[in-house]
Structure formats: C-alpha cells, structure tokens
Design a protein around this ligand. Structure first.
Ligand code: NAP
Length: 295
C-alpha cells in the first residue's frame, strides 16, 4: 500500500485524499513574495504533481500575494474532479513582503473572494483559518470572531469546510464547539514535535493533521542520523523525513513544498519507502537531541 495509491487515503472534508500531496508555497518568488524566477518551471511542477497522482494541493492567496493561486489556475484549470485545493486566510502582505494579520470580517471576506477569483472556483473546498497571535508558533487567544465570519461564508456556500492552522489544542476544542473542523495544519516534522500528543488526539477523532514545514521549511532538515539512515536505505534524507511522517500516524497528510520537478519526483517516491522499527527509533532520537540542545 503506497500513500499515492487509491488504497492509502484519508478523508479531508468530504473527500478521501492520497496521503502524499503538494504544498504550493515555494512557487512564489523569494520570501514567498512576487513572481517565481521561472514561471514555466512552476507550471511544470504543478502539472507533474497531478500527473503523478497528487490530489491534494495546499495554497493561499497571500503567497505572492495572489501569484501562487494564479499559477495553480493557469497550470491546472479546469481542475480534475478529485483534486482538493486547500487554502488559508488571515494575513495580508505589506509592500516589503511582511505578513500582516487580517482578521476583520471585511478582510476575511475579501480573502475568500480573492481565493475564489484567483483559483477560478465557485466554492473553496477547505479554508484554514491561520492564527496569528504569534506568527511563528501557536499561542492562546480567541478565534471566535474570525470563525464566525468563516461559518457565515460557509452558510453562503462559498466555503465547503473550515480548518485551523497554527493553533493550540484549546483553540481546536473551542473551534469544534462552533463548527466542524475539517483539518489542522501546524508546524511539525522529524525534529520539531510539539504536536505529538495533539496528533494522537486528532487521529482518535478522525481529523487530518497536515504538518507544515515537513522537510524543515526554508532551511531543510539536516542531521547526521537522517543522512546515515538515508544511506543505509539507498534513499535521500528528504525521502526518509517524509516516510517517517507517513508512518507516524494515519491521519497525517503531507504537503511537502518544492519549486523543482526533480525534488517533486524525489518527494513523491518517499511513498515507496518503509521504515523498520529499529530505524524509526533511531530517527525518533533526532527530536530528543534537538530538545536537549534547545532546553
Ligand atoms: N499554515 C502555515 O502557516 C504554513 C506555513 C508554511 C507552509 N505552509 C504550507 O506547507 C507547505 C510545505 O511547507 P514548505 O514548502 O514551506 O516547507 P517544506 O516542505 O518543509 O520544505 C520546502 C523546502 O525544502 C526544499 N526541498 C523540497 N524537496 C526537496 C528535496 N527533495 N531535496 C532537497 N530540498 C528539497 C525546497 O526547496 P526547492 O524548491 O529547491 O525544492 C524548500 O526550500 C507549503 O508549501 C505551504 O503550502 C503552511
């Protein structure tokens, strides 16, 4: 069973998606701002992903801004029926590329309409509300007002499902009292495991957990253990990092990002890798060492 097979899927909103998807953030220019260096290469990455069976793409209209969604539309519209595009709202970009919180009713409504227009859709399948109390980490604070706005837009038929991003367990629990939460998207990977317990809790509830920065983000993961394991398996470190996530919990859906067709192919081939118990425990030790070095 491979995470790119029909047999290994997990329900995201109303549809099953394959467990290996694609994150489109790397398609914008440097700093996720402005156009990509190579427009044709960006189109090629998206077309290759879908040709190889990817049916879950993560994006936002604040990538670029607008540009990433416009590239997705240019590359893939009209979309395959089984393609689930997930977007996120709650930020605007300053003229210098800065990320500015945008949580008012007007800003959220505009963001949903921008996503619809730039993606060329009548309804957004899943919209994640990204918390910005601390831009880098989940931090407590009420999401009641912005969730109310998204629930209203859902009622109007513009959004099918609502998810949450960069959130705490309490914010998820409070959110679930207001509306169905279709997925959670937080920072998590082999070396950054704050959400270990949360992932198990969500798995029990059948809620997908979608780690962002699965490869480490702007500075991809580097570890001698990861490199040693990759060598033993005849794989690359990035493939091992993705395979570890796939084996970590069944509700994990992956959206590794890349601007390169070669890296895309490499990442999707991680679906074929199976890690033994011994290797999993060697890899688990990476996070303990990171924790010890930062405490
Ligand atoms: N909710 C949120 O707040 C949030 C935040 C960040 C990201 N996201 C979402 O999560 C997705 C994934 O995150 P991400 O793209 O930032 O980080 P990522 O997937 O952890 O890593 C992307 C980085 O790894 C490099 N890379 C990818 N495949 C590689 C390979 N096989 N070998 C070597 N390097 C490789 C990419 O460079 P190349 O382009 O050169 O391959 C890029 O620098 C994003 O696309 C976005 O959709 C969400």
């Amino acid at each position: 069973m491979s995470p790119l097979d029909e047999s290994d899927t997990y329900k995201l909103g109303s549809r099953p998606v394959k467990r290996l998807g694609y994150g489109a953030m790397q398609l914008a220019g440097p700093g996720v701002f402005g156009p990509p260096k190579d427009h044709a290469a960006a189109l090629a990455v998206l077309r290759e992903a879908v040709a190889r069976g990817v049916n879950h793409i993560d994006t936002s209209d604040f990538y670029g801004p607008h540009i990433t969604n416009q590239i997705i539309r240019e590359a893939l519209h009209p979309y395959r029926d089984d393609l689930t595009i997930v977007t996120k709202v709650s930020a605007l970009r300053g003229k210098d590329g800065s990320w500015l919180p945008a949580f008012s009713r007007e800003e959220l409504t505009r963001a949903v309409h921008d996503n619809l227009r730039n993606l060329g859709l009548d309804v957004l399948e899943v919209v994640n509300l990204r918390a910005m109390f601390d831009i880098h980490h989940p931090a407590e604070g009420s999401l009641e007002a912005p969730l109310t706005v998204l629930a209203d837009l859902q009622q109007q038929g513009l959004i099918r499902h609502i998810g949450l991003s960069n959130v705490t367990a309490r914010q998820i629990a409070d959110g679930r009292k207001m509306c169905e939460i279709a997925c959670v998207q937080n920072y998590y990977n082999l070396a950054h495991r704050d959400d270990d317990a949360l992932i198990q809790d969500l798995a029990r509830e059948g809620i997908p957990y979608v780690p962002f920065f699965p490869l480490g983000g702007f500075t991809p993961l580097q570890s001698s253990t990861l490199s040693d394991v990759a060598r033993q398996l005849g794989a690359t470190p990035m493939q091992v990092a993705l395979a570890w996530l796939l084996q970590r919990a069944p509700n994990i859906l992956l959206i590794p990002g890349t601007s390169s067709v070669a890296h895309l192919r490499e990442n999707l081939a991680a679906a074929e890798l199976t890690l033994s118990r011994k290797i999993l425990s060697e890899l688990d030790a990476i996070a303990s060492r990171v924790e010890a070095s930062t405490s």
